[in-house]
Write a protein that binds this ligand. Structure first.
Ligand SMILES: Nc1ncnc2c1ncn2[C@@H]1O[C@H](COP(=O)(O)OP(=O)(O)OP(=O)(O)O)[C@@H](O)[C@H]1O
Length: 214
């Protein structure tokens, strides 16, 4: 269970989080909605360890991980600005997380190939990522996120660059793959339709507080 406990965070005088708490269980996809600038991405970054809160703590199961650096938390991130590596082929993009975990390169590549097969991307294994379509690139990014078997998945507007029809396809596919992997998942999105299509629970962040939508 991923848990934020009594998190407080401001930029200037405006509270982005005001003693905010959130629990996300394994197998749950929680959507975070809210006006632009309300602090959704900041909350995700606090969970990931990329930003510090002024007060409060981040827990996973019964461990306080507030002081752990991002790479020790065992979370996978898919943020708008976490692009794929243009100088690597598709396979090495997917293998990257494993190599970081000191898995031998040959073995990491083999596992990446299996993952790409499951994702219907086998034909692109040795292609540069920038030769793929936007939707394919997002699937590579999800494969890269899931291959390390993360205990939580943090998604920030994963489909914002895609056209409407493709978004719908990917929402269904991502939802299935995320449920199959079964980790605690938080999805930040502007789009309530997308949130309802993907998430088991929807929350709106307003003035530092979370309101339950469903
Ligand atoms: N490092 C920073 N320094 C100062 N202000 C910041 C910083 N990061 C974010 N902010 C401000 O905090 C507010 C919340 O930003 P955040 O990106 O978390 O909102 P958001 O709800 O994800 O917005 P959007 O839906 O537009 O992506 C914004 O007003 C932003 O300008």
């Amino acid at each position: 269970m991923l848990e934020l406990r009594n998190i407080t965070k401001h930029y200037g005088a405006r509270p982005l989080a005001d003693k905010l708490s959130l629990q996300v269980a394994e197998g749950e996809i929680v959507a975070l909605l809210g006006p632009s600038g309300s602090g959704k991405s900041t909350l995700l970054k606090i969970a990931a360890g990329l930003e510090a809160a002024e007060a409060g703590s981040v827990w996973f199961d019964s461990e306080d991980i507030s002081r752990q650096p991002p790479e020790r938390r065992g979370f996978a991130l898919m943020f708008q600005d976490f692009a794929l590596f243009p100088h690597l082929d598709v396979r090495d993009n997917v293998a990257f997380g494993l190599v970081e975990q000191r898995v031998a390169k040959a073995q990491a590549r083999q596992r990446a190939e299996l993952m790409l097969e499951r994702f219907g991307l086998a034909a692109h294994t040795r292609h540069r990522v920038w030769t793929l379509s936007g939707g394919e690139q997002q699937r590579v990014a999800l494969a890269r996120a899931l291959i390390t078997a993360p205990r939580a998945l943090l998604l920030d507007e994963p489909f914002s660059a895609l056209d409407a029809a493709l978004r719908l396809d990917l929402q269904t596919e991502f939802r299935e793959r995320i449920f199959e992997a079964g980790m605690a998942t938080v999805l930040v999105t502007h789009d309530e339709t997308e949130a309802r299509a993907m998430a088991t629970r929807g929350l709106r962040l307003v003035a530092g507080h979370l309101q339950q939508l469903w």
